[in-house]
Ligand binder design. Sequence first.
Ligand code: PLP
Length: 394
Amino acid sequence: MTLEQQDKKYVLQTYARDYTNFVKGKGSTLFDENGRDYIDFASGIGVNSVGHGNEKLATAICEQAKKIIHISNLQVIEPQAKLAQRIVELSGYDMGIFFANSGAEANEGAIKIARKYGETQFEKKKFKVITLEHSFHGRTITTVKATGQESFHTENFSPYPDGFSYEKCIADVYTAIDDETVAVLIELVQGEGGVQPFEKEEIQNLATHLKKEGILLIVDEVQTGVYRTGEFLASNLYEIEPDIITLAKGLGGGVPIGAVMTRHKEVLSAGDHGSTFGGNYLSTAAGLAVLDVLAPMYDNGTMAETLLYFSEKLQEVSHKYENLFEKEVGLGLMRGLRAKSAEVQGSIIKNALQEGLIVLKAGRNTVRFLPSITISKDEIDEGFSRFEKAIASL
Ligand SMILES: *Cc1c(COP(=O)(O)O)cnc(C)c1O
């Protein structure tokens, strides 16, 4: 039986999968079973923030695994407390953190905090959460309902929880607020929806308005967090102070971890929320190692250099191939090229893989780039050279 046959027989077929069998990686280069190399501009959908085979991360995981992988949350967990402190200090926000295992789960935690806040802080209960069209917040029943894409709300999984509504744009959020609204949940750069950043001023005005109205601002930083935009959090880049922030993807460098942080530290009390695995020794030791790699790169300016270099390269191809692309979108190392059509988008992704380059799709017609934060200039050069080969024939 081939690997493809094995997968098709024993794994539930919920993904439209490619069957290249990757067996190892180094930095932003992956190798398949035949020894062929691929430049990785996807980093596992923004997860492998420090690349593949990172020595510091691998050593931290290995050392921790030899000591303790897991003890329940009924005991204090030293790397968990350390990681919480580290995240809080890097963010600059006075917040407390709850650790989970994924982005959806972090958002579930955020919604629970908001709901309890709405139940306990007002005379009349508030429970409604406003999100935006083209957003993505996860695949659990609640977070898929919070996701502002009607195609996700199929009857197959109904009924969904009440209290979620979607607005076309930030301006529409103001009028959608009513006396039952407890929170607004947004991504600052919509990732899955098409790598679309919002205007800084628009977000700052919304944040100010929500604060005045006593409505919580929840920022889903599952994709934008952990230096993806060039700052530790996109909230730092936008210079806002959210009530609740969620993290996941890049935080563990590939080890599953999610986090919800809030300045309303008193809302949840013992018994309100929990997770068996959340914040265990292994995942939080990994998180600490990831931050040990990335924080110095931020401080010494190498991260800003990488961002600029990637950005210049992207601009070059975008201008050179105006026949294929409408425009360049995104910021930091969360970038996209809006293709002229979904067909062009599909062909580019397919051709790129044939040329030994992994890129992603987003939205209807965006080719998405989410490289590791540690990607080298050589890998960027090689990746774009392969990208040009992939699109030359189109
Ligand atoms: C990926 C993503 C999620 C879901 O994260 P999972 O770990 O797959 O549950 C939620 N929100 C945003 C913005 C994401 O990009």
